[in-house]
Design a protein around this ligand. Structure first.
Ligand SMILES: Nc1ncnc2c1ncn2[C@@H]1O[C@H](COP(=O)(O)OP(=O)(O)OP(=O)(O)O)[C@@H](O)[C@H]1O
Ligand SMILES: [Mg+2]
Length: 305
């Protein structure tokens, strides 16, 4: 079956002007690959600044004016041009934005969710919000309510592709769990769900597949089941994330993710990698290994190295 969304060799960079004259290109996402299937929740996991929101905005066609995008995004097998994205946005393809500031502060909640009042009540109810919520203005909502309104707004349109950018920050674990359950239901109803989060533990509660981002690249795509055993993970960075999970003792590795403009040639993780070799500064192909993919010349699991 054709995947709902195929992202191939995607790059997003920013044009910056130093002191008004000198132009600088700042690469933020490089050669990024990702495939989203109908009926599946795919989690994109990466630390702050790894490019998660940029990917979301690139898919939706809402990057800022100084961003340049190259590579291919296909939706249902056809190129997703900015024009096509604009036509599908809010209907077939929806975003649950990272910030609640996406709500219009001057309009009541109800009409922002949908035009049909009955539908508004139904969808608000689904997210534990009473019918009176529709008559409130965004400033009258608590942070948790605003989050749920954003989600309700996005899914009211029965989308085929849901991009949820960090949808549950600041919500207590029970509420977060319930909301994630709804994303899983959307997938079970046939949608492709892209769940963006820095929280691997949370992602693993609902994801079928996990894509790991590091410094603007996908370093691994793995079935969520592979995270049950450390030996099943392919990339050294994925294993480092696994080691940092609470149940594995919060073990962290030294160093930090490089900023755009300061990313080394070759593998961006090499400076922190326990397995690095001299050839890690060269070209790193994206290989298929045991039902997943890894961008590493010396993966922990897979091809002989
Ligand atoms: N308009 C912009 N101009 C220049 N650089 C930008 C712009 N927007 C984002 N960036 C840079 O691109 C990188 C990726 O940003 P992005 O917002 O996608 O990160 P993220 O993974 O969503 O992080 P977080 O978990 O904090 O939300 C960051 O280093 C950021 O500073
Ligand atoms: Mg973000």
């Amino acid at each position: 079956m054709t995947p709902i969304l195929e992202v191939e060799d995607l790059s997003i960079s920013f044009l910056q002007y130093d002191r008004g004259t000198r132009r600088r290109v700042l690469p933020a996402i490089r050669r990024l690959d990702l495939t989203l299937e109908a009926g599946q929740v795919t989690a994109v996991v990466g630390s702050s600044g790894s490019g998660k929101s940029l990917l979301a905005h690139g898919i939706l066609g809402i990057l800022p004016y100084n961003a340049r995008m190259a590579g291919t995004i296909r939706y249902r097998g056809e190129p997703l041009t900015p024009q096509r994205a604009a036509a599908l946005r809010g209907r077939e393809i929806v975003l649950v934005p990272q910030s609640v500031s996406y709500l219009d502060p001057l309009r009541k909640v109800g009409p922002q969710v949908d035009r049909d009042r009955d539908k508004v009540q139904a969808v608000l109810g689904r997210y534990g919000l009473g019918p009176e919520t529709g008559d409130l203005y965004p400033f009258e909502l608590s942070g948790g309510m605003a989050r749920r309104v954003l989600i309700a707004t996005a899914v009211a349109a029965s989308p085929a592709l849901v991009v949820a950018d960090e949808p549950t920050p600041g919500l207590d674990a029970r509420v977060a769990g319930r909301i994630l359950g709804h994303f899983r239901e959307l997938a079970e109803g046939g949608a492709a769900v892209l769940l963006i989060t820095h929280d691997l533990e949370l992602a693993l509660t609902i994801a079928h597949k996990v894509a790991v981002f590091y410094a603007g690249e996908t370093v691994e795509e793995a079935p969520a089941a592979d995270f049950a055993r450390r030996e099943d993970l392919r990339h050294p960075y994925t294993r480092a994330l696994w080691d940092a999970l609470p149940q594995h003792g919060f073990t962290s590795i030294p160093g930090t993710q490089p900023y755009p403009g300061a990313v080394p040639e070759g593998c961006p993780f090499a400076p922190r990698c326990p397995r690095r070799q001299p050839d890690c500064g060269g070209d790193i192909p994206y290989q298929t290994v045991a039902g997943g993919r890894v961008r590493c010349l010396h993966p922990e699991r897979g091809a002989a190295s």
